[in-house]
Design a protein around this ligand. Structure first.
Ligand code: G6P
Length: 351
């Protein structure tokens, strides 16, 4: 097993570093830089889309649903384990199961329920020939390569890129988006090479709890940042929609609870999240801004985790890389069982 780690201390760290390659594989022969068009080899022209997924894959589904909505396709993400008890009307909807392994019982049973109700189904998965791939009408492979670490890293990155491609495949060509996706593997490498996440981890390792906020596409990234953190550090971590902070979670914020704020671009969303950052700063909470430097969030931050400036979709993906690294380094300092966290399994085959 040691040799399989290629010199890294953990599979998780190796897989974090494999992300540039995973993303290149995911993009290979699917994008045309000349006309900005995308082809993903699935028949995808739905009236509406329902996503079903669990865990990290659910965060990818939330991201995908937002992108489809932006492309004019109504879309909603459901937790697979809740889908059976509150199955929404299906009509002509396409039901998309996002599942790294293709074997998660909750997701398989939500997909089966959708099929019973007459829906067409698509599996977005990493594993060729998995149960989800076989049972669904179609499959879109994310091509991240095998992932050993229980905490999903490169497969989340590839899921998000695959779902972005799916959303782009419905349009007439978007050269800006394609250009940003082509640059993404190199930009991920730059984040990996230059990240100061380790210093941030060192500074805050003894905190009471860790909060993550973002809005828009940065909201699923905040949720995923918190999930990764709790999975491998065993510390209390929560992700919130930045605007929801004032509706309750703010009561938890103290000088001992660092808040990671994902702020990209300099538009309305960034401006509003900076307002939320000021609210936590006023409660003396340390603020770590994960930002592309487009807004002035750094003025309110104790630390900055910088990402290359770019396009909103890929900026959110780059912010996620920084949060993976913070979780990893914190867990390493705490001496946790990073590749096999207590009580967790890579693939959960019971409901
Ligand atoms: C387990 C894993 C998570 C994963 C979830 C969904 O709980 O520990 O990392 O996100 O299953 O897995 P899937 O294979 O369906 O993406």
């Amino acid at each position: 097993e040691e040799t399989g780690k290629s010199g890294y201390d953990h599979f998780m760290l190796k897989e974090i570093h494999e992300q540039p390659r995973a993303l290149r594989q995911c993009l290979r022969e699917r994008v045309n830089e000349m006309d900005g068009k995308v082809s993903v080899d699935v028949d995808f022209a739905p009236e509406r889309v329902q996503f079903v997924a669990c865990g990290t894959s659910y965060h990818a589904a939330l991201f995908g649903a937002q992108l489809l909505q932006q492309s004019g396709i109504p879309a909603q993400a459901f937790l697979a384990s809740e889908y059976a008890t509150a199955t929404p009307p299906i009509g002509d909807d396409l039901v998309v199961g996002v599942t790294q392994s293709g074997e998660t019982a909750d997701t398989l049973s939500a997909l089966r329920e959708a099929r019973r109700r007459g829906a067409r189904t698509l599996a977005v998965t990493n594993v060729v020939g998995s149960t989800a791939a076989r049972e669904c009408d179609q499959a879109l492979y994310v091509r991240a390569g095998p992932e050993i670490g229980v905490a999903a890293t490169k497969t989340f990155a590839a899921q998000v890129v695959a779902l972005t491609l799916l959303a782009l495949s419905t349009g007439d060509g978007d050269r800006d988006a394609i250009g940003a996706l082509r640059k993404l593997p190199g930009n991920v490498q730059a984040v990996l090479d230059e990240s100061t996440a380790r210093e941030v981890a060192e500074e805050y390792v003894d905190s009471d709890a860790f909060f993550f906020i973002g809005r828009g596409l940065s909201y699923p990234v905040a949720l995923e940042g918190a999930l990764k953190f709790k999975e491998i550090t065993y510390e209390h971590a929560e992700g919130f929609a930045a605007g929801e902070l004032k509706h309750g979670p703010l009561a938890l914020v103290t000088s001992e609870t660092p808040v990671f704020a994902v702020v990209t671009g300099d538009g309305e969303q960034a401006r509003k999240t900076i307002g939320n950052v000021k609210e936590v700063e006023a409660r003396d909470a340390p603020v770590i801004a994960v930002t592309d430097g487009q807004s002035d969030v750094e003025r309110y931050a104790d630390h900055v985790l910088r990402i290359p400036a770019g396009e909103p979709r890929t900026a959110a993906m780059l912010a996620n890389i920084q949060l993976q690294l913070v979780a990893y380094h914190t867990a390493a300092m705490l001496g946790r069982s990073i590749d096999k966290p207590r009580n967790l399994a890579k693939s959960v085959t019971v409901e």
